[in-house]
Design a protein around this ligand. Sequence first.
Ligand code: B12
Length: 321
Amino acid sequence: MDDSKLNEIVESVVRQLIAAGAVSGIQQPAAVVPANQPAPAAAPAPVAPPISNLQPSTSNIALTIDLPDPTTDDLRYKARVKNPSDPAALSELINSTTARIGVGRAGPRYNTASLLLFQGDHAITQDALYRDIDQKLLDEFGLFTVQTNITGGKEQFLLRPDLGRQLSDEAKRTLAEKCVKKPNIQLVIGDGLSAAAIEANLRQIFPVIKQGVQAAGLTLGTPFHIKYCRVGVMNDIGDAIQPDVVLLLIGERPGLGRAESMSVYMGYQPKSGDTDADRDVVCNIFENGGTNPLEAGAFVVQIAQKMRQHQASGVKLKLAA
Ligand code: B12
């Protein structure tokens, strides 16, 4: 399609958006009035600027399209099937699940609302992945930070899971200096694949684990935070601190629009060479629909006690218990 045809289509869409009141903030210089039309005498009807004028970097025109946030519950779970034969049943179905159902279609394609929701949810996911855990939250719990062998930021973290499983030399020195050695339980907080997951759950789960460990008469090591953290780093933690049990709170890989899900990975005396077969996990920890963080806190302390009792974790614990 040539540019003039494309411009025509874009201009027609913008005209319709203006007529529908969905567009504001277009400041049109006189020059955008087509040359073959006489200049309007007064109160001109809005005329869509040529496509080149819609790019703020090349002109002083700012185009704002105000649409409601598609990720709010009201819009996310709105039935969009045209003329459903049983609207009440459709609503019930939609309310019974967080899955994307009853979204309707535009011919064989998604409708605009579904597309915008996908894009909004994708942005939530990206934010959770690329953001660091809020420093204020870490300070609230007195957590100091050490790093794995990732030196190239989140991009490298995503591309090199192997480096995210190794504590840096500096981290090992810091742990040697600051941490109580050989505690019964070592609690560690890692960003993993979602900072939002730690931010959503730490305030609830941390005190429950702390109290649960104390109530069981066990010692809790010095808790800390690992930046650029993968599950396998538990081995290096075990080598550095030699606890009975490591509890690693870590952000799970986010789903589309769901970034608050956290896991606790656990291992009995983890050490170099251990694999996931030596570990256990309590997953999908989040409020309203997942494993409640308060319950999860109590549950992981129980599992830790079981690990100590059987001196095993992972597959070995399943065989022993
Ligand atoms: C990605 C993923 C995988 C990937 C891991 C690959 C990778 N390198 O990332 C693959 C496809 C290999 C996988 C396999 C399995 N997985 Co898986 N996995 C997930 C998923 C979707 C995300 C995990 C995550 O975000 N981890 C956090 C990041 C930061 O960790 P990471 O260091 O990058 O990656 C490690 C962990 O993901 C870990 N891991 C992944 N799955 C499991 C399962 C168990 C039991 C353990 C101990 C560790 C583990 O393996 C990775 C390498 O160390 C979760 C869903 C969820 N809600 O958490 C399920 C999930 C954790 N997996 C699960 C299961 C059951 C398994 C399998 C046992 C399935 C099977 N029967 O073979 C295997 C065993 C895995 C193993 N490593 O030995 C369950 C665990 C349920 C439970 N409470 O026991 C979950 C919760 C899915 C579910 N809802 O059923 N998994």
